[in-house]
Design a protein around this ligand. Structure first.
Ligand code: PNS
Length: 159
């Protein structure tokens, strides 16, 4: 079975992430959305909330599942017999960061990374911008799945 993982902090999952996940699900037998901690980022949503949002947003994809892991991504891949990491590449500004991680993951455990060009419509989209726009009451309804929109509104309302 050809397995791939789409890793990320998904704080929260966006339509840009989903586009990459949907296209990966057409290329692999099984795709796992791995909701992971990024030690250089502080989060808005808890891991449980991120996982729930990712599950809801990907429920229509039969070969996609959601999981989490507290260690290195490459160890997750080895444990679950996953040979490929798939990540979206929005613009050249993503490239240095993604290439560095891809090469490190290859060096560490021989796990390959495929960088998938995002749809141009999502090249400006990031979870951090979504959080900021939603925080100040801006409209992000075209940028995130319905469940995420609801969760963002309830976070904003709870403050
Ligand atoms: O969505 P992000 O924040 O760009 O995703 C980064 C993420 C979570 C994939 C990366 O930080 C990661 O793989 N974290 C797990 C720990 C790990 O393996 N770190 C070494 C990466 S070379």
């Amino acid at each position: 079975m050809r397995r791939a993982v789409c890793p990320g902090s998904f704080d929260p999952i966006t339509n840009g992430h989903l586009d990459v996940i949907e296209r990966a699900s057409g290329l692999f037998d099984e795709v796992t959305i791995a909701v992971l901690a990024n030690s250089s980022k502080t989060g808005l949503f808890s891991m449980e909330e991120r996982i729930a949002m990712a599950k809801e947003a990907s429920a229509h994809l039969a070969n996609v599942k959601v999981d989490t892991w507290s260690g290195l991504l490459v160890d997750y891949c080895k444990t679950h017999e996953i040979k490929a990491i798939v990540k979206g590449l929005r613009a050249v500004s993503d490239f240095d960061y993604e290439l560095q991680m891809a090469q490190m993951n290859l060096q560490l455990k021989g796990v390959d990374t495929l960088l998938m060009a995002t749809k141009p419509a999502y090249s400006f989209l990031s979870s951090s911008l979504v959080r900021e726009i939603a925080k100040y009451g801006g409209d992000v309804s075209a940028l995130v799945p319905a469940g995420v929109l609801k969760a963002l509104k309830s976070k904003a309302g709870g403050k």
